[in-house]
Design a protein around this ligand. Sequence first.
Ligand SMILES: [Zn+2]
Ligand SMILES: [Zn+2]
Length: 147
Amino acid sequence: MPSQWTERFLVRLAYAEGGCWQWTGHVAANGYGQFWLDGRCQYAHRVAYTAVRGPIPADLEIDHLCRNRACANPDHLEAVPHRTNVLRGVGFCARKARQTHCVHGHAFTTANTYRDPTSGTRKCRTCRAVARERSRRRRQGVHGASA
Ligand SMILES: [Zn+2]
Ligand SMILES: [Zn+2]
């Protein structure tokens, strides 16, 4: 592997519980470590996998066997078909597939969910409350109350 970036990469790894190589650099909102390489932001675990095992086939993606997304230990990484990872995983697509959150990202917990009486679909109570508050403010505005 080319030497100019490996040093920069390795200093950001820390040994962690379970033999994980914990990424101490920037971690994305989705929990994956990110590393600036070749002029673009790349996932740290993919960089590590590629460096040790070679290029990742286009139809495969890297799954964390340790479920620690910030881990970049190649021994904890496995190239799996995309679908396997989606079904196993907790990523955006998996969440979408399971519909655990409303479009605004509120969790569909028992307390936060109600059934729309007309359509029967799951609805978010938080969003309903926000919408009600908005229309209440609008009504007040119509009656001349200060905003
Ligand atoms: Zn790990
Ligand atoms: Zn919502």
